[in-house]
Write a protein that binds this ligand. Sequence first.
Ligand code: SME
Length: 159
Amino acid sequence: MAEQITITAQSKEERYKELYPQVESVLCGETDLIANMANMTAMLKEVFDFLWVGFYLIKGNELVLGPFQGPLACTRIKYGRGVCGTAWQEETTQIVPDVNLFPGHIACSSSSKSEIVLPFHLNNILAGVLDIDSDQLNTFDHTDKKWLESMVKFLDKKL
Ligand code: SME
């Protein structure tokens, strides 16, 4: 397994392009889901310096906090609540340019300004969400959605 990641590009698209095979390389060498989620959050945090990167896992009628990088976060989110619960309920990626304009947004950190949340599947079953917060407005767009939706599929490869 690679012990460090190398990114030289400046643009977001090119940085994701360089990161993608490195994430694949790290995750394909390991079958443990928690270990892979942990390393994915570490790589995304390191490369993009997001405020918070983490997973929530579906457990009963709630999302429960999983591996993450960043400040302390809320532990449980109910179905349909906040950006995460909405992504779960609608089974679609949520891009939130300004969290203060999202009805019901759950503010784990007052520094969070924009957010992207995408559902992921394990064995074709919806299993949880990847949540990324930024301390800037309008951080996330279709480029993030495209690459992140591809990256979370690596979690499913060995199950
Ligand atoms: N903002 C999220 C809650 C999770 S934290 O951002 C880590 C939401 O509204 O669901």
